[in-house]
Ligand binder design. Sequence first.
Ligand SMILES: Nc1nc2c(ncn2[C@@H]2O[C@H](COP(=O)(O)OP(=O)(O)O)[C@@H](O)[C@H]2O)c(=O)[nH]1
Ligand SMILES: [Mg+2]
Length: 262
Amino acid sequence: MPTALVVPTYQEAGNIERFLKEVRSALPDMTVFVCDDNSPDGTGAIAERIGAELGNIEVVHRHAKEGLGAAYRHGFDHALDAGFDVILQMDVDFSHDPSLLPQFESAIREGFDVAVGSRYVPGGATPDWPLRRRMLSRYGNEYARAALRLGMHDATSGYRGYRADMLRAIHFETTRSNGYGFMIETGYRLTAAGAKVREIPIVFHDRTEGESKMSVPIMAETMLSVTWWGTCIRAPRLTDRFRATKLGRRLWSFTGPSSSPR
Ligand SMILES: Nc1nc2c(ncn2[C@@H]2O[C@H](COP(=O)(O)OP(=O)(O)O)[C@@H](O)[C@H]2O)c(=O)[nH]1
Ligand SMILES: [Mg+2]
């Protein structure tokens, strides 16, 4: 079974058409699942139109904006149900270069469980970012890597490829994060599952069309989850006891039992 690409979209009317055409020419046999959260700018309808023109594009229409993680959980479900054995994911805003898609696919075909696009390995870069943003992302990544002992240098990048069985093995459907914490949460489970990781250097460019959906609540969700999971690894007895308290129960329902190392 050939490869599938899962892409979440929200308000991407200015990008979706060119995106679908470019990914089609990068990997002509690939099926694309567009998971659109009922974007008011009509992204879903444009995707339907281009899909009818190009073929092999399925638009998963979701009822409302629920975040990146929810859209990925939905899209991965579709792609796995359809029987694809290589599943790729990326953003539609051209921050991720579609011409690198074949590298992600071949890494999985060569036997890696996951291919991770990385800004923080030799050859990777974030040339458009001011120093402050660069530091925030780099040290945020370092923090997550140290806290969770992650087996990858860029845990927040959404440019990835998976062997379908590995995606099933980490039970992505029980993850809870909705922002880019979803990438860290799956990254954490991949490391715990002993996944064989190939890091592919990527040069990340800022979008020129549309707006970023990154927000302070998303950053807060990520920092809180990483800190909690990291504490669970280091102090399981203490975190068990904390979990029995009222605050602990609330935090637990937010970050999720299945995200725990045990
Ligand atoms: N379906 C869906 N897609 C989303 C949502 N938030 C972001 N996206 C998509 O996820 C990708 C990355 O989002 P973006 O706003 O560019 O995040 P940034 O790169 O961190 O600034 C893009 O393709 C967005 O359209 C959401 O709530 N639902
Ligand atoms: Mg983006």
